[in-house]
Design a protein around this ligand. Structure first.
Ligand code: DON
Length: 305
């Protein structure tokens, strides 16, 4: 089996490596400082094998791939009902950083766009900001199966330039979606985006979702299976923002991207896929990441429909 998977990801890697289109995210200055042509692909199985090719051990910040994992923590802390009163589960068709609420419900449309993600961060329990972030970092680490670290320079870079996210935070406060300090919620969101991961880590995190919330490498139970189902549902419909429809049409897997250049995709019951390549398309999704996932889905017939 291993040689078949190794050969397949090697083939997809070689074909996709030629694509040098897309640009680095530079609205957070520190994100423009990475090597633009780094590229890695990992597949982690629910029985704990990890297949990898390329730059799979290079650290980069998790960025928006944090969103489903913080949403999961908010669901576990507050319960699905309480979270649903604050965050809807409808695809928005909007860019990730849209300053928007659904005019009918006056809630963020989903937890994958920034408005919903900042709300999810605000719902993570804990007595103070440092404790709440430590709970988030520890939770991500359980999915990855190792202690993940915080990238202070990316955090400071985003914090210096994150006016749009602050605008979203204050909008949420004015509609009583966030009831505490909106600057704290936004700061927690900036911190969660600045956790360093590798492509290998992301594949194990995705495989933990594929394995019904049990990390397939450490065997630790990280999330209740009923909540895994909720999280994968919103990843299916909203994980790729205003490219979510095309993604489901072409790849057909629950997924999440980040402007650091990572993408995860989950085939429930089977595998977690992660790709790292930091050049992004106009939606903020990794160009090679989308292309590699499309190829893997076609080769392995992963499309869920
Ligand atoms: O909100 C932001 O600007 C970032 N820290 C995260 C955005 C992101 O990763 C969007 N995803 N593709």
């Amino acid at each position: 089996m291993s040689t078949v998977v190794d050969a397949l990801i090697g083939k997809v890697f070689a074909a996709t490596r030629e694509n040098r289109s897309g640009e680095l995210a530079d609205y957070i200055p520190e994100l423009a400082a990475v090597a633009p042509d780094s590229f890695g692909i990992c597949i982690a199985t629910v029985d704990g094998f990890v297949y990898e090719v390329g730059d799979t051990r290079l650290p980069f910040t998790i960025q928006s791939i944090s969103k489903p994992f913080t949403y999961a923590l908010a669901l576990a802390d507050r319960g699905s009902g309480a979270v649903a009163e604050k965050i809807d589960v409808e695809p928005s068709g909007e860019p990730f950083n849209e300053i928007s609420l659904d005019p009918r419900t006056e809630r963020p449309r989903n937890p994958m766009i920034n408005a919903g993600a900042i709300t999810a961060a605000s719902l993570v329990a804990g007595p103070d900001l440092d404790t709440r972030f430590e709970r988030i970092r520890a939770a991500y680490s359980r999915y990855a199966g190792r202690d993940l670290t915080f990238n202070r320079s990316v955090y400071e870079s985003e914090s210096r330039t994150g006016h749009r996210n602050r605008a979203i935070g204050h909008m949420l406060r004015s509609f009583d979606i966030i009831t505490g300090d909106p600057d704290e919620a936004v700061d927690l969101y900036f911190r969660q985006c600045s956790v360093d991961v590798t492509c290998r880590d992301l594949s194990v995190m995705a495989a933990t979702m594929a394995n019904n919330g049990v990390n397939p490498v450490t065997r630790e139970t990280v999330l209740d299976p009923a909540l895994v189902e909720r999280v994968l549902s919103v990843m299916s419909t909203c994980g790729m923002y205003d490219a979510a429809g095309k993604w489901v049409y072409e790849v057909g897997l629950p997924a999440k991207s980040g402007v650091g250049g990572g993408i995860i995709a989950v085939l429930p019951g089977q595998i977690g896929i992660a790709v790292y390549s930091p050049r992004l398309d106009e939606h903020g999704n990794s160009v090679r990441g989308v292309e590699a996932c499309r190829a893997l889905s076609a080769e392995l017939e992963l499309h869920f429909l």
